[in-house]
Design a protein around this ligand. Structure first.
Ligand code: GLY
Length: 375
């Protein structure tokens, strides 16, 4: 699969490179494939997924050791630098840590540290001291609405890195956001809401919005995967057991859901059985479960790992894994971006590929570790 993925992404890079600037000279990265137009869907470097394509190139460098991927990953990563100053959205954690974060890890360099610290500072400006939360959507000066989504949990990894590297406020911000979200953003059974709107005077939730989910009463699948991933990552970074327990709870909700299909790739919402699957919810969940399986013991760990293997087996099959040219050389078919918004339904998504490659690498590392132990 790594070999096939590398071939796909070589072709994708070749097709996207001439499109790196739009007709006005603005920089952009490949996000998906528009089947109606038969062309790549290129998006601004300020779009929330801009870090995932460079991040996938980094993972392919890690998987293959091929210098081609290091060179191309560096080129696509460095164009994202202006995001370090952005304060009008929470997604800069995704954008900068999937790209520059992987670059610093794989190149073992501190060359990008100042840029990452600046990004953490910009993201922290969205933190509201009274609420103890990062604002996901909307301007920091908006006094009437304060919108939070579980997706924000994914942006905390950058803050945890910054916290450990001299920017101490970032760790406090990340923990506060994760803990408040844990208390307010999920139903008793562990299913997530998508959008909560907080009252900035009283601190209470003033309304619940459907957002990208099927309704306020169901759990949007990718949001659930973000939560499994986010709390597993927060446990890794802090060793706070409340995050581990919560990661298990949100994972058990998804794995045990009566509408979870047999192959482990969720419908786009847990309340929408029979509708489109979301391969990105599946790949993100698989990556999270592989990590989670290492933090719990015995049968529980085996169960999480077995479920992730089931998901990866499905995603690597021709049902999901593309031949190459059919979806513009992206890897995974059948992603859903925003069904209620009528956009990106049954389509490849840059972030679906990113978490798929990450999950495969995590699985490969785990296998290598267990083979060493057996020896
Ligand atoms: N809002 C990010 C996502 O669509 O998952």
């Amino acid at each position: 699969i790594f070999e096939k993925s590398a071939a796909h992404y070589r072709a994708l890079d070749a097709a996207a490179t001439p499109l790196m600037r739009d007709e006005r000279g603005k920089l952009r990265t490949p996000h998906g494939f528009n089947r109606e137009k038969g062309e790549l869907d290129m998006r601004s470097i300020f779009w929330w997924t801009a870090g995932h394509f460079p991040g996938s190139l980094w993972y392919l460098y890690e998987a293959t050791g091929d210098e081609f991927f290091r060179t191309r990953a560096t080129a696509w990563t460095e164009i994202l630098a202006p995001n370090a100053k952005v304060t009008d959205n929470h997604d800069i954690g995704f954008v900068m840590y999937c790209s520059f974060g992987n670059a610093r890890r794989l190149l073992n360099t501190d060359r990008y540290d100042a840029l990452l610290a600046e990004t953490a500072d910009s993201l922290s400006k969205r933190f509201h001291d009274g609420l103890g939360l990062i604002r996901s959507w909307g301007s920091i000066s908006n006094r009437s609405d304060f919108l939070v989504i579980p997706d924000s949990l994914m942006n905390l990894e950058l803050l945890e890195w910054a916290g450990k590297n001299g920017f101490t406020k970032a760790d406090a911000v990340a923990r506060s956001h994760a803990t408040k979200t844990l208390r307010c953003h999920f139903r008793q059974d562990g299913g997530t809401y998508h959008v909560l709107n907080y009252d900035q005077q009283t601190g209470r939730v003033k309304d619940i919005q459907q957002g990208q989910g099927a309704s306020c009463l169901t759990a949007w699948s990718r949001g659930q995967s973000w939560a499994i991933y986010g709390y597993t990552m927060m446990y890794r970074e802090t060793k706070d057991k409340s995050y581990l327990d919560f990661a298990r709870k949100v994972a058990d909700y998804a794995i045990g859901h009566p509408n979870m299909p047999a192959d482990g790739v969720p419908y786009w919402d847990y309340g929408a059985p029979g509708e489109e699957r979301d391969s990105s919810a599946g790949s993100c969940m698989a990556s999270a479960l592989i990590e989670l399986s290492q933090y719990v013991t015995g049968e529980e760990g085996e169960r999480y790992l077995a479920f992730a293997i089931r998901q990866l087996t499905a995603l690597a099959s021709p049902e999901y894994f593309s031949r190459g040219d059919e979806i513009g050389h992206f890897l995974l078919k059948h992603g859903v971006g925003n069904k209620p918004g009528g956009s990106e339904i049954d389509t490849p998504l840059d972030y679906g590929d990113y978490y798929f490659l990450e999950a495969l690498l995590r699985f490969r590392n785990l296998k290598a570790k267990s083979e060493m132990t057996e020896r």
